[in-house]
Design a protein around this ligand. Sequence first.
Ligand SMILES: Cc1ncc(COP(=O)(O)O)c(C=O)c1O
Length: 398
Amino acid sequence: MTNSFIPYGRQSLDETDIKAVNEVLRSAWLTTGPLVESFEEALASKVGARYCVVFNSGTAALHAAYFAAGVGQDDEVITTPITFAATANAALYLGGKPVFTDISDSSLHIDVDKVEAAITGRTRVITPVDMSGIPADIDPVMDLAGRHNLVVVDDASHALGATYKDRTVGSIADMSIFSFHPVKQITTGEGGAVTTDNADFYRSLQTFRNHGIVRDASHFTGAPVEGQEKGSWYYEQQQLGYNYRLPDINCALGLNQLKRLDQFVQRRREIAARYNEAFRENPALLTPPCSGGVHFSNEPAWHLYILRLVGNLPPRKQLVNRLYEKGIGTQVHYIPVYLHPYYRKLGYRPGICPRAEDYYKRAFSIPLYPAMSDEDVQRVVEAVNGEVEAVYQKERSK
Ligand SMILES: Cc1ncc(COP(=O)(O)O)c(C=O)c1O
């Protein structure tokens, strides 16, 4: 490798982030302190939701949201296989069953017609995923859920800062999930959040995050035990919860990062626009579905930039290897969840979602993060166009 390696994604930290975390380390609070609420309020306000509950991962946030939505033994959660496994795993944690429906042929998202056909008496939740930071077409999903009395949990782990039909992602679904893993729009190291306008969901999410413990006396349900005092120490564990709390240390980082969210997303959009322009005319490549004429008035937050190779047997492995040799990191998002060995053991079989499986053969994500310089972007453009041409030429000459 001649040049420095450009990974497919990475965090953008500066001295103000380091200072914010340092200040917490010198304060009285390391874990649940004043910054948890400050971060929650800032996030809720940023996305335009009434409530926000932060968690120590996006996975924990999903687990809590499914719990709040009432997912229990044998209940079904309909989602897309083109997502990180956590979207489906969180249903399994509760004894529920992920039901995978195919992606649409014009987007990387759940196909609403297929969702309708998959609804049964056991369905509780529909979980669209804002894949790569492009918002899923959620209005029809909300309509469908309304007609069947289901809860919509938007897995917006990729989409903090995106808008859908001029509304902010995080303010539309019954609950929206965010992840603050380092490659996402903002980071807390590990972390996540749920935003909602529903006060019952809000209370349930808070309780689930902290062992199922309730401290607010107006919500105590415990029958008085003779001789038992309910002093200032008193609390009740009313259900089985977890320790999913996000420490103040992480909230300090998140709060400071959130101040730069608009700047981060703006830079992501600039890079995506440059990629669209550079790859749109390449006959061997498909650019992301919303890039060649937006199919509804959205503004993606561009967590990932996913290209697809055309043809029957796309030479992706060779391409990925050659790009790596040139110092360009790529990743594949995602292996359809039900193809993983664990899901196969549960009885899921290949062929459930043919479009998703076809997508998976072709897709690869190229570097996209705010700290990329224009020169880095140009290096990626030249390497991708050059190596795509080289691998197809090699195929043709076989
Ligand atoms: C779509 C999606 N959902 C859920 C998660 C889980 O988030 P976390 O890694 O914060 O647990 C991720 C993380 O990558 C994700 O991409």
